[in-house]
Design a binder for this molecule. Structure first.
Ligand SMILES: [Zn+2]
Length: 257
């Protein structure tokens, strides 16, 4: 199983001069999978709007120098594995999966919880991190034959998450580096509360063979955060924050120390 994370990237890289730097953006959910919902907004719409704005900003700044690929650019239903397959097929240099957080309806004070989290693939260090990964991975249950596609992985079972203990991917250092940049910019530029850079077992990160992060922009169960996330201004600020983080990362990747 660990080969998914570790064995693909080196062989998959094109010769240096032929390779166009590729950024893959993955707007979470879509189509019949709405993701988390607030009083009026749905995660799938927010993630798509932010991803499109982020694409436009990168294309405006870098032109043809950076190839920006979206795993979906419409309200389409897309399987988790298909998202990773798009990223791997494009030989992406960085993968950003964009999501919006929520907590269970019975959670006391859920309308007050706020802040961004940025995840890399790994074994969770707390139950709340595991819950976020379980919620995001649960969308695979919407697919017929999901246990075949996902090799017996059960998104709701603690035991399934043991595989992520082995996911010390070749790209961990870069993933953590970008995660830190994204987190800092979401705080400084988008004004989100910083809840930290974390690790948990997200299938979509596990199966992409490049530096990869999953961003939870803020909590849609908090009405104030929902209003921000559903507004054009809020979506633009989130996209701007991720654009600045991308610039920080890309400039460093282009000019290694
Ligand atoms: Zn999500």
């Amino acid at each position: 199983m660990a080969v998914l994370c570790a064995a693909l990237p080196v062989a998959a890289q094109a010769p240096e001069e032929a390779h166009v730097w590729t950024l893959v953006l993955d707007p979470g959910h879509g189509g019949t999978d709405k993701g988390a919902s607030g009083a009026k907004a749905h995660e799938k719409d927010i993630t798509l709007a932010v991803a499109k704005r982020l694409r436009d900003k990168v294309e405006k700044e870098y032109g043809k120098e950076v190839n920006v690929v979206l795993t979906r650019d419409s309200d389409a239903t897309l399987a988790l594995q298909d998202r990773a397959d798009v990223a791997n097929g494009e030989q992406g240099d960085l993968f950003i999966s964009i999501h919006v957080n929520s907590v269970a309806k019975k959670t006391r004070g859920r309308e007050k919880i706020a802040g961004c989290e940025v995840y890399t693939c790994g074994l969770h260090k707390s139950e709340s991190n595991l819950e976020v990964a379980m919620t995001e991975n649960a969308v695979m249950e919407l697919e017929p034959d999901y246990s075949v596609t996902y090799q017996g992985f059960d998104p709701g079972s603690d035991e399934s998450y043991i595989i992520f203990e082995l996911s010390q991917s070749a790209h961990m250092r870069q993933s953590v580096e970008f995660a830190g940049m994204a987190h800092d910019r979401l705080v400084s530029t988008a004004g989100r509360v910083g809840k930290g850079v974390k690790q948990a077992g997200f299938w979509v990160l596990w199966s992409t063979s490049m530096p990869s992060v999953l961003v939870e922009l803020d909590f849609i169960c908090n009405p104030e955060s929902e209003n921000f996330l559903a507004s054009e201004k809020g979506q633009d600020k989130c996209a701007q924050a991720l654009f600045e983080a991308f610039s920080d990362y890309y400039e460093r990747a282009r000019r290694p120390m």
